[in-house]
Design a protein around this ligand. Structure first.
Ligand code: MG
Length: 347
């Protein structure tokens, strides 16, 4: 595939374009659509193909069926254009806004792209049009002018052309709706953990070290916050718990940094084709004060999970002096994880 771009878009293209061997290096277009098509056609002149399809980048919803119809149409004609009958009633309107006539729509079709051609014929037609200084609004019109017979195949109603800002906004809504439908299997998981205080001078909480007069004790780094979040994700996946995947009896997890556990749960969500919609953590502790560290914890969790920090909530409360937390013997954490999975799993 040969993409034609504006010279000012080269840096952006380099960032956004996929890198694979089906996509040739882009060429720079001309001042007009016709000039850009000519540049794209000439890029193939060293190894001319038998047939070529020319597509407008402003029609991003093109589908494989339509491309196939155009290619198959080239078995019967040297130029193929997908069209759909015009469905609106057509009005002739003068400069003052007055309707001067109703125009019959019988036999009128709207043209789409991709349009397909014999390569040598459309290249010659474009070269002749350029030499004659003539401008056309699509490539089939260039072919007609050059005397090539042009055949129509059925177009696709969804293959819309994005022209205005409103078109682009509508396309964004459509893509969002498709993603929402695709990832519509919403699940919420819950996790709980507690660790007791022991000797030390800092605690690991939400992936960050907080100086304190004690540490939390446990087999790993005892990060009670990340353990609760990890179990919440395993719960949303209905895929065991942290003790099953990282047994405390296994020496390899002794002193382990708990971000590895959370990252593993995040990978399991991705492996199921899902994404994390929201994580909500509540820490219960008399000491240390959590609020000064809240945003650092949120950022660290967001980093480990690869999601926006706006999808991570961290709350904290004391236990009003009641129970083991109230007596300052440890810290407890509750978490919920909301994830979105693709439909298709058994319900
Ligand atoms: Mg734990």
């Amino acid at each position: 595939m040969q993409v034609v771009i504006g010279a000012q878009d080269a840096a952006q293209y380099e960032i956004l374009a996929p890198h694979n061997d089906k996509l040739r290096q882009p060429v720079t277009g001309g001042a007009t659509r016709q000039g850009s098509v000519m540049a794209g056609l000439e890029a193939y002149s060293a190894c001319p193909p038998d047939r070529i399809l020319i597509h407008d980048g402003v029609r991003p919803f093109v589908c494989a069926d339509l491309i196939t119809r155009v290619i198959e149409g080239l078995d019967r004609a040297d130029a193929v254009v997908p069209t759909l009958p015009v469905t609106s009633t057509l009005k002739a309107v003068d400069a003052s806004g007055a309707v001067t006539a109703t125009v019959s729509r019988d036999g009128l079709h709207g043209a789409e792209t991709p349009q397909g051609f014999r390569y040598d014929a459309i290249l010659a037609a474009h070269a002749k049009a350029a030499a004659d200084g003539l401008t056309f609004t699509d490539d089939a019109a260039v072919a007609e002018w050059a005397g090539m017979p042009v055949r129509s195949v059925p177009g696709e109603p969804d293959n819309i052309k994005l022209t205005t800002a409103a078109d682009i906004a509508a396309a964004d809504r459509r893509l969002l709706a498709e993603e929402t439908l695709h990832l519509g299997d919403v699940r919420v998981g819950y996790g709980y953990d507690v660790h007791a205080f022991g000797p030390g001078d800092r605690i690991m909480l939400g992936g960050i070290a907080i100086p304190h007069t004690q540490a939390l004790s446990g087999h790993s780094d005892a990060d009670v916050a990340l353990h609760a979040l990890t179990d919440a994700l395993f719960g949303a996946l209905a895929d065991g718990d942290i003790g099953l995947h990282f047994p405390p009896t296994d020496p390899q997890w002794k002193g382990a940094s708990s971000d590895r556990f959370l990252a593993d749960a995040v990978r399991r969500v991705a492996a199921r084709g899902g994404l994390i919609a929201h994580l909500d953590l509540t820490l219960i502790a008399e000491m240390p004060k959590i609020a000064p560290h809240r945003d650092a914890i949120r950022r660290q969790i967001a980093e480990i999970c690869g999601v926006d920090v706006g999808r991570i909530a961290v709350k904290a409360t004391t236990n009003e002096g009641l129970g083991f937390v109230g007596r300052g013997e440890g810290i407890a954490a509750h978490a919920t994880a909301t994830i979105r999975l693709p439909f298709g799993e058994k319900r």
